[in-house]
Design a protein around this ligand. Structure first.
Ligand SMILES: O=C(O)C(=O)C[C@]1(C(=O)O)C=C[C@@H](O)C=C1
Length: 421
């Protein structure tokens, strides 16, 4: 059995985030940060965005004051059941200058509200994987000319944004063949980032191996589990009935084959990965469907202000004490307003996974509890969407808006025609 040496990747990992790398430019300091205390039960998401933006106190001019406080410590109001008038601003950290004299918050300037990065000209975008991964291409599609920052796990990409190491993260949530990337649904809830956009990337897989390697030499194919799932039938049709092994990302698989000089292993990855790691393309377009697409979400520390002048999508997550029994009622809030749902996903409710219902005569029913993630085809700037959410709130014990953002309306590329039915 051959021992594989890990690829010499520069991807960010969790250890580095605990003690972040030295930064080329210091992060902006914050004079005073606030948390929101929701007091009522009526949500007003749109106004909350405005309040959230207007309370981000940051002073990029004073870079000498490094006490670790940053504007993203402002608690995200999105998801709390609160109206703007009921929000109490509570100073959670009053900072002092070197003589211990309290510093007053500075008034907001227009640059505080600008989406431009604070540290240089390029937006820094975290993605999971190594160069050549589809996620890197998605980051480039979402933010052309960005500096893409490789991270070794999805969790690290979330934290890179939260810790201001990156400005945005671009992460996959679903693929047209492989389905949902559940880990990212769970992380969306655990973290406080906002969805500010989406990109749909056509995914065109290749079978890569070292130059000179033939099909008959192969004893295994390695890749990201989603990529292996997307090529399963084609690999079998090509007569490649060898072991499949999952690794962290497609380009990482290509790097592994190259670094370890593996002549018995092929990787499923992009043509760009073949170029980057010096591999040969043994087969091209091996995804089981030519229109294979992965949908990625763009994540930021602050939400964007929703608009109505172009197609918007809104993503929410909710739960109910009575579980699935109210699902129909919740969804009817959208149906009655002619709002189409574009996606629904359920995940285990990790805080309360089981609900017991005792029946003295027959025993105890053990119901699994779920969180429901729903994407719908409307902007939170639309009254019908606000009314729908107000109604959803009546039926749910927990509701959070993950983001209201422009839909990816990129024209379909002729190289990958839509499937004909
Ligand atoms: O491994 C990569 O290249 C990725 O970007 C990850 C990923 C995924 O997580 O689904 C992204 C797109 C493809 O669907 C296959 C893999």
């Amino acid at each position: 059995m051959q021992t594989l040496s890990p690829p010499t990747s520069n991807a960010l990992n969790l250890k580095q985030l605990i003690r972040p790398r030295p930064r080329s430019r210091p992060r902006p300091s914050v004079k005073c940060v606030y948390s929101f205390e929701p007091a009522s039960t009526r949500a007003d998401w749109q106004s909350s965005c405005a309040i959230l933006a207007s309370n981000v106190q940051q002073n990029s001019a004073d870079n000498n004051n490094h006490n670790g406080a940053t504007a993203d410590h402002v608690a995200a109001v999105n998801g709390h059941k609160a109206s703007v008038t009921d929000l109490k601003l509570v100073p959670i950290q009053n900072l002092a200058d070197s003589n211990n004299k309290p510093l007053q918050p500075k008034p907001l300037t227009i640059s505080d509200l600008s989406p431009a990065p604070m540290h240089g000209s390029k937006l820094r975008v975290a993605y999971q994987g190594v160069p050549g991964a589809y996620s890197e291409a998605a980051a480039g599609k979402a933010y052309p000319n960005c500096e893409a920052i490789p991270c070794d796990q999805f969790e690290v990409a979330f934290q890179a944004v939260e810790l201001w190491i990156a400005d945005r993260a671009v992460l996959p949530v679903e693929n047209s063949l492989g389905g949902s990337i559940h880990r990212n649904y769970d992380l969306l809830l655990r973290h406080r980032l906002h969805i500010v956009g989406e990109v749909q990337l056509p995914v065109h897989h290749c079978l890569l191996a070292l130059p000179g390697v033939r099909k008959e030499f192969l004893t295994r194919v390695i890749s990201h589990p989603q990529a292996l799932a997307q090529c399963e039938h084609t690999l079998t049709k090509l007569g490649i009935n060898v072991a499949r092994e999952a690794v962290d990302d497609t380009a990482g698989a290509a790097e592994l084959v190259a670094t370890n000089n593996l002549r018995d292993t092929a990787a499923v990855a992009s043509a760009r990965a073949a170029e980057l790691y010096g591999l040969n393309v043994m087969a091209d377009g091996i995804q089981d469907d030519p229109s294979n697409v992965t949908r990625f979400v763009m994540l930021a520390r602050e939400p964007i202000i929703p608009r109505t002048d172009r197609p918007f999508k809104t993503s929410i997550v909710f739960a109910h004490d009575k579980g699935t029994s109210v699902l129909f009622k919740v969804l009817s809030a959208f149906a009655f307003r002619n709002i189409s749902l574009t996606k629904i996903e359920s995940r285990p409710h990790r805080n309360r996974p089981i609900r017991l219902v005792d029946d003295a005569n027959v025993g105890t029913a053990k119901h699994f509890e779920y969180l429901f993630y729903v994407d719908f085809d409307a902007s939170m700037a639309e009254v019908r969407a606000q009314n729908a959410l107000a109604e959803v709130q009546e039926f749910t014990s927990f509701l959070r808006v993950l983001g209201s953002y422009p839909m990816d309306m990129t024209p379909w590329t002729p190289s990958s025609p839509p499937p004909s039915h």
